[in-house]
Design a binder for this molecule. Sequence first.
Ligand code: NDP
Length: 483
Amino acid sequence: MTLHNKKIMNFVNGEMVEPLSGQYFETIEPATGQPYALVPDSNKDDLDRAVIAAQNAFPAWRDTPAEERAAMMNKLADLIDERQDNFIQAESKDNGKPVSLAGALDIPRGTANLRTFADAAIQFKGDVFEKDTSYTYTLRQPFGVVATISPWNLPFLLFTWKFSPALAAGNCVIAKPSEVTPMTAYMLSELINEAGFPPGVLNILHGKGANIGSAITNHPDIPTISFTGGTATGIEIYTNAAKQLKKVSLELGGKNPTIIFDDAEWDKALEGAKTAAFANQGQVCLCGSRLFIQDTIYDRFKADFIKKVETIKIGDPKDTNTQHGATVSKDHMEKVLSYIALAKEEGGTVLTGGNRRILEGRCKDGYFIEPTVIDGLPHTCRTNREEIFGPVVTLMPFSTEDEVIEMANSTDYGLAASVWTQDQNRADRVATRLENGMVWQNCWNLRDLEAPFGGFKKSGIGREGKWRAMQFFTQEKTIGRPR
Ligand code: NDP
């Protein structure tokens, strides 16, 4: 018999509730391969109940002064901060990421999201068009009940990033975290009442994408959906949502280039390229999984890069010295390993890594994959065009600016890029010509939460970020009169 020390519950209308079907499934700790909690397998009936609660809560929430909405969001952030270590440990256990990363990034960014959008609630405003003969102004009004669907790679960070602007703008929310990493969303739900939110304002439904996720997409009383996840799922959601003319925001996959010119600052470029490739076991949509190196420095940079990658400490995510934890699930580990096999079939050479890593003790059955570096592949092969979303980076030489831009742009994705050179004019020229929603110069993943975030091409539709997300979760009404 499997022992579960936790039973996760849905949060609907201010109460912890069981799924109406009574059905649960197991969630697994990736570092050990062992089940450790039960997750509600919610369905359309649970959604109907949550939608009614949200509809009932909406008029009062919409009319609540922005300062009061902001105060509740800030209070929720404070309550999480008071329990920060519990959240860090839980995120690491649920996802397989090192506690050091959960502590440096996921949990503090989650509360920063709440605070950023609490500010936005107060500061967000419409426009005024004052002319000699007319006076026109706009209101930004909430939709009513909106939904957010988020993935497993940065579970708490992306969960809060999606629902916070929706609440700040005066909507009531149905939020669905990933089935693979439900724990920190559940822990947050335990604090919603204490933060002062009225029942029905924020509802959290756990379950599977094909079941509750699809029910959300098709529900006639949810006109607006913000989704972060894979491109194939995004296309399915977009297709379903179109039938009801829903407004959707899609933040999808990436196959991001890191470009190193021969005048780049050596040590910074090496460190930056390593972090871009392997942060969070390579499971960040922004990860630089294709590393283009100018041919004049290719061999030397490659040698130093491999040396650096081999210093990454793989281990139990609970160990504070660990830099590289487990991939999120057995299925995902197998998918990543199958891409390494594909890279070899396509003629690639594995320069370091390439295998599942079996650890000793507690983590002997965990889903660990070595940081893997591959070269010898053309930029046109599948390995270099499809999103692997794991600790795998391919190296490719280039000679000119034109050539690297052509190669970097040669995928269906267009999320992010990073360019390393000390020539600012070149950095600007390249940034202008890259088909990516975000380009970082001499850095990776520089995030200003006010700045727009989102992708070109099949990396998504729409933009997030402080103001863009507030715009997304509101509809604009124009009111005019003669003067
Ligand atoms: P998925 O697309 O598999 O899942 C994302 C979310 O959608 C999950 O909550 C999932 O539920 C749900 N879902 C799955 N199927 C459906 C459906 N048919 N209808 C509605 N909802 C559904 O992505 P992953 O969780 O595997 O996340 C990894 C992907 O996310 C990568 O491609 C990555 O690039 C992308 N991503 C993009 C980011 C961006 O900002 N552009 C940021 C982070 C990740 P369940 O978990 O139950 O399957």
